[in-house]
Design a protein around this ligand. Structure first.
Ligand SMILES: [Zn+2]
Ligand SMILES: [Zn+2]
Length: 418
């Protein structure tokens, strides 16, 4: 059994892990969105692919696989629909910016044609591999993948967590624990516990209410897939959906998610929120939104583009900007927090509106990562999807606990068993 790492190894982004015995299987094939786009190290020939969830750091280069070869790709139906949305958007952004996305629309179509949609708990077969997906509790349709090798003498059960969260979110139950012999786990927050969720939620809602009471606007830059729906539901639960405007790709993503009640734990609440929230459909409607105290839920989450840039310079002095997701180095979100400016159309623009960052992470924190490993009870653990420090420290701690643990880097090959 061989594992080869094309991306997402000692880094967060461009997840791409190949496993190989009689057949080869690529687990995710994403991009890394920093100052410039980074892709998996190369495009190997594979017999099949798994797409754990729609986020571009997992799905962003799947079409790159479909130029000559057309391998089947397994994932859930919401993952297909949501990744289609994000890939189409990535193509239009590339066109607008005159950059080369390294794949064409036809390749997205070819990928979709080869997609095999699986419900959680159902098994598909690829040669000697039996593939079953389980709920990862991260975003709508996100999966933990079990690859079983029925004929193998040892290391029969390989589990790939993708991105997961053990603690339930408003719209998702916690991740399912899947027993494994070899566990490939994310390690994003191997060194960090998340803030207490109840406390974070309370402070967030208090700040929203305070801003509205002072006559300000609350600007909420959010990731289209996952965070938009969670925050919208949270606002609705606190009686704030009718003061909220939703704009940009957050709208399409929310519509898609609402079509998959089976893949969310609280569909009723989301449906009610969708009925109450105000949808911005025309560019011209954006102006009026800021005339009165209001909440604007819009993309992009790291302020790298999208309608959020249309709003940010026009907020009145009592307004606030609340960030609810990780802000990657080199993005407007990061310069806004650290230096108080964003860059628009090549120009630096100083932003005086106060900015607060809230930790609403959809990833497992430190103790939950270790809990998952212990309960999954593998003998071998491979730590991926974490920066160098996090991945290495997790592997090291696990070795001290008696596991055979690795934190591979890109280009590494790990051979296990026969
Ligand atoms: Zn993700
Ligand atoms: Zn990820």
């Amino acid at each position: 059994m061989i594992f080869k790492f094309f991306g997402g190894a000692q880094e967060v982004g461009r997840s791409a892990i190949m496993l190989k015995d009689e057949r080869s299987l690529m687990l995710d094939f994403g991009v890394k969105i920093e100052k410039k786009m980074e892709y998996p190290a190369s495009i190997p020939r594979v017999d099949g692919m798994i797409l754990s969830h729609a986020h571009l750091d997992h799905s962003g280069f799947t079409p790159g696989m479909y130029s000559e070869e057309h391998p089947p790709i397994f994932g859930t139906l919401p993952t297909l629909r949501l990744s289609n949305l994000l890939l189409d958007d990535a193509l239009s952004i590339a066109k607008k910016n005159h950059t080369n996305p390294r794949f064409h629309k036809q390749q997205v179509k070819a990928m979709i044609d080869k997609f095999i949609a699986l419900d959680y708990g159902h098994t598909a077969h690829l040669g000697n591999f039996d593939i079953t997906l389980y709920d990862a509790g991260h975003i709508c349709g996100s999966s933990i993948t079990l690859v079983e090798r029925a004929k193998a003498k040892s290391h029969k059960r390989i589990v790939y967590t993708g991105d997961f969260k053990l603690e339930p979110q408003l719209l998702h139950n916690g991740a399912e624990i899947v027993k494994s012999d070899i566990l490939i786990t994310e390690s994003t927050y191997a060194e960090k516990e998340h803030m207490d969720k109840r406390k974070t939620t309370k402070e967030f809602i208090e700040q929203v209410n305070e801003t509205l009471d002072n006559g300000g606007n609350v600007l909420l830059p959010v990731f289209a897939v996952g965070r938009s729906q969670e925050i919208l539901t949270l606002l609705h639960k606190n009686g704030l959906a009718s003061s909220t405007y939703i704009d940009g790709m957050a709208k399409e993503a929310t519509s898609i998610v609402s079509n998959f009640p089976k893949f969310i734990s609280n569909h009723e609440e989301l449906a009610k929120a969708i009925r109450e929230v105000n949808w911005i459909s025309e560019h011209s409607e954006r102006k009026g939104v800021l005339d009165e105290p209001s909440i604007i839920l819009t993309t992009s989450g790291m302020l790298t583009g999208g309608p959020v840039l249309n709003y940010i310079g026009r907020l009145n002095k009592n307004s606030s900007i609340l960030l609810t997701g990780f802000q990657q180095e080199g993005t407007n979100g990061r310069t806004l927090i650290e230096k108080g400016y964003v860059t628009m159309e090549g120009q630096k623009k100083k932003i005086d509106t106060p900015v607060t960052l809230y930790d609403f992470s959809a990833h497992a924190g430190k103790s939950d990562l270790y809990e998952y490993v212990r309960k999954s009870s593998p003998s071998v653990v491979i730590c991926v999807h974490g920066d160098k420090e996090n991945a290495k420290s997790m592997a090291e701690s696990l070795r001290l606990e008696g596991y055979e643990a690795y934190a591979p880097k890109i280009g590494d090959t790990i051979k296990i068993g026969e």
